[in-house]
Design a protein around this ligand. Sequence first.
Ligand code: FES
Length: 195
Amino acid sequence: MTDHTNDALSQPGLLTPSQSQRLRDLLADLEPGKGSVLTALHRAQHELGWVPRGAISLIAGQLRLTDALIYGPATFYSEFRLTPPPATLVAWCSGPTCRVLGGERIKLILEKTLDCELGQNGPNDDYGLWLGQCNGTCEQAPQVWVNGRVVGKLSLAGSARLAQRIRDGEGAAKIAPPPPGAVEIQPALIRKESP
Ligand code: FES
């Protein structure tokens, strides 16, 4: 299993010109200063899926702060990721309905079969098991999201089968294809560590 909490700081993580422009637009209404740092980080992560080094510098410039004043909260708060998400990201729902319906046991099965703990990536960084929070789609509980798509009404056996498919390298698009016309609702929050 792999956990990258600090090594991301040495990765380039540069933004493309279009990403930079998009991020500038998203931060344009924020007041300069420390009071806007968390909002800026949330917006950057929501837009990019993680907080690359280039985003740190851009936020610092936009808020007229030093890079260090952005790195501080980015590394302190567990919801911010400083490494890119794996190709297949399983977000386990930590919400109450999913827990009541067997979510904890499902989590154990996922961890065992995927060979990684909640908040970590698998052995080759091909997949990861992260924490998600209820987004209101509880009618599908107990559930996980695979690259943001619901895989719901999971049984224990179904969880093991799902994890095995992921471990065997089956892609997220095959495991959880978008239903025609479906409106996708992302998990409310993904964090790198268990509560
Ligand atoms: S508790 Fe899991 S989706 Fe609501």
